[in-house]
Write a protein that binds this ligand. Structure first.
Ligand SMILES: Nc1nc2c(ncn2[C@@H]2O[C@H](COP(=O)(O)OP(=O)(O)OP(=O)(O)O)[C@@H](O)[C@H]2O)c(=O)[nH]1
Ligand SMILES: [Mg+2]
Length: 303
């Protein structure tokens, strides 16, 4: 989690953990933890709180009130990283759709919350709470819905274009092989080593967002089309999976998957499970798969 926050550009001032038997519906963490967090944040001059969980809109609002700090959750953090990394037009489009889809229910509830407040207040209290403020939220909500519709339409066009390109490739009788795996496992490095594609590879999560496809001639003489795409992560926001459908289509339609595993990661078994879950979610779990244990040079014991 700290690594994820750092890769988004944050400096980690401190971390607080809590084992929860039961989630506090109001603030997610317990009352005592909220106080502890507030003290720590103050002592370390923190300017942002990131929760490694999904917060409901109300919980985020209540926490911001009590901590007097901006609060974001795991989904927002991942969306933010994706937004920073998106370069291509399609990539940016996909991220914005995911961001707006995340924001939509939050705007709605905030709006109902405010409208309830103003309706319940006495006539004096209503001054200034009616009219522009409320209308603005309605306007925001409508604009957001319109923009989301427009962007989803454009995204469908991207999907269509990629589909046409894919059909063209299918017409060329090369089997397709897709690299899949947890983020930062080394997919792009392998792609570059095998094909010299020159894809950016970096020691941070989600370096790759856009698919790259290259022809690869196997030692036996047969050629395949090798594709490198976005990596997966534990609890990948479903808004992202939905928005990245066009990108993940490369995986879904592959003849063979190379599942690249970071063999040096102490959590590689969990990462394998995460990847298998996402593959199932996108309907790619029936495709033949070869597991590639990577970073063997860093692993303590041979795998
Ligand atoms: N030591 C070692 N490092 C490796 C190996 N393969 C990749 N790396 C490093 O691991 C980091 C991540 O590699 P990438 O190829 O960008 O990983 P990726 O799976 O494409 O990651 P995303 O696109 O961000 O999901 C980079 O710093 C690579 O240099 C390896 O076999 N050994
Ligand atoms: Mg990559």
């Amino acid at each position: 989690m700290g690594a994820l926050a750092q890769s988004a550009g944050a400096t980690v001032a401190g971390e607080v953990f809590q084992n929860l038997k039961e989630v506090d519906p109001r603030t997610f963490i317990g009352r005592g933890k909220v106080a502890e967090l507030r003290e720590l944040a103050r002592a370390r001059d923190a300017t942002l709180t990131i929760f490694d969980e999904s917060l409901s809109p109300a919980q985020a609002r209540n926490l911001e009130g009590e901590l007097k700090l901006r609060v974001i959750d795991r989904t927002q953090l991942i969306l933010d990283i994706f937004a920073q990394r998106a370069h291509s037009q399609a990539g940016k489009l996909q991220v914005e759709v995911a961001q707006l889809a995340y924001l939509q229910p939050r705007l709605t509830r905030q709006w109902t919350h405010l409208s309830r407040l103003s309706a319940g207040a006495g006539s004096g209290g209503r001054i200034g709470t009616r009219g522009p403020g409320e209308t603005q939220l309605e306007v925001d909500r409508r604009r957001l819905a319109e923009r989301l519709t427009r962007l989803r339409r454009r995204l469908r066009e991207v999907e269509r274009t990629r589909d046409i390109q894919r059909r063209r490739r299918v017409a060329v009788p090369y089997p397709s092989v897709a690299l899949v795996g947890y983020t930062n496992s080394g997919k792009s490095t392998l792609m570059n080593t095998l094909t010299g594609a020159g894809v950016e590879a970096a020691a941070r999560p989600f370096s790759t967002l856009d698919p790259t496809i290259r022809r690869l001639k196997l030692p036996g003489g047969m050629s395949v089309m090798l594709s490198d795409t976005v990596g997966f992560i534990h609890r990948l926001p479903h808004q992202l999976v939905e928005a990245f459908k066009a990108t993940l289509e490369e995986v879904r339609t592959a003849d063979l998957l190379l599942h690249v595993v970071d063999g040096s990661s102490p959590t590689h078994s969990e990462q394998i499970e995460v990847v298998e879950r996402v593959l199932k979610e996108i309907g790619a779990d029936q495709i033949a798969r070869i597991t590639v244990f990577n970073k063997a040079d860093l692993a303590d014991s041979p795998l």
